[in-house]
Design a protein around this ligand. Structure first.
Ligand code: DON
Length: 301
């Protein structure tokens, strides 16, 4: 496993065609695109890393997986009255379907759906309390107290979050937000601004795997369903392409991170800041394609 990770990092790390970093969040536009890291956490407790696996990056939409687990913990299946579980076939920040489908977002991983899950775990608490709860969950999953929110990134996103404000107000217009758009957006931008390394993210992802050696923070049904949503919706309008090329459930973020679950086997995190046209890590996706081919791991047998 260590040899494979080293080989992938050595081959893909220096590649010149690496996509472009997200620039609609000014703080993310400053990130050096020449970085590449990968980490894998296995059932025997071992972790293998390669490249820039100990450099913190903004997990952005990967946080939607932890937020979903928290929201389900809060209200259970009632969440599905407020958000669907179908792929949207649209970009992550699209408002298009929200009008036609009367304020019920297609799934919890597009921004509109993630705003509903944030609103759900916020419930009646303050943003500080809710984010504290989220951080405790992520730290427990990773078994690492050194995971924090990057407040510069959160502020930078909040100042330019015009599309997300539009989505939140649209949801509110359809009575699908319980808290004010300002409160939900403030919490959501801080949630997305959690910094993690590949090593921390691979460790945190173990809660999505059943088996001896993996922490149990979720029921089996819930874990299966989150994995199903990662497979069908985790890469937005690039989800079909990711399933086709990698064959494992994954969740991407515009910081260039991807969390991938190999059920029963491992949690894998890869990071390279340059994005493809869907807003998912270009080299991260390629790395996972090579990794899946070389290991033979796939949920499709
Ligand atoms: O809401 C946003 O636009 C960002 N905080 C997160 C988007 C994101 O990571 C999309 N993923 N590839």
């Amino acid at each position: 496993m260590q040899d494979l990770l080293d080989e992938i990092a050595a081959t893909l790390g220096p590649r010149p065609d690496r996509g472009s970093v997200a620039d609609y969040i000014p703080e993310l536009a400053k990130i050096d695109p020449q970085q590449f890291g990968m980490a894998i956490a296995l059932a025997d407790g071992s972790v293998h890393v390669a490249g820039d696996a100990d450099t913190p990056f903004s997990i952005q939409s990967v946080s939607k997986v932890f937020a979903l687990a928290l929201a389900l913990g809060k209200v259970g299946d009632q969440l599905w009255r407020r958000v669907g579980r179908e792929p949207s076939g649209q970009s992550f920040n699209s408002i298009l379907l929200l009008e036609r489908e009367e304020g019920i977002p297609r799934n919890p991983f597009i921004n509109a759906g993630a705003l509903v899950t944030t609103d759900t775990y916020l419930a009646l608490s303050s943003p500080r309390e809710a984010l504290g709860h989220l951080l405790r969950f992520v730290r427990a999953a990773a078994d690492d107290e050194g995971i924090h929110i990057n407040h510069d990134v959160a502020r930078s996103e909040l100042e330019t979050a015009h599309r997300n404000f539009a989505l939140a107000h649209y949801l509110a217009a359809f009575d699908n937000l319980h808290n004010s758009p300002d409160k939900v957006l403030g919490t959501y931008c801080h949630q997305c601004a959690i910094d993690m390394t590949c090593r921390q993210l691979a460790l945190a992802g173990r809660f999505l795997i059943e088996g001896a050696g993996f922490p149990r923070l979720l029921s089996r049904d819930r874990r299966r369903r989150i994995n199903a949503l990662m497979m069908t919706c985790g890469h937005y309008d690039g989800s079909g392409d990711f399933a086709f090329r990698v064959g494992l459930p994954g969740k991407s973020g515009v910081g260039g991170g991807i969390l991938v679950i190999a059920p029963g086997r491992a949690s894998i995190a890869v990071w390279s800041p340059g994005l493809n046209r869907y807003g998912n890590s270009l080299l991260g996706t390629e790395a996972m394609e090579v990794f899946a081919r070389r290991t033979g791991w796939s949920v499709f047998g």
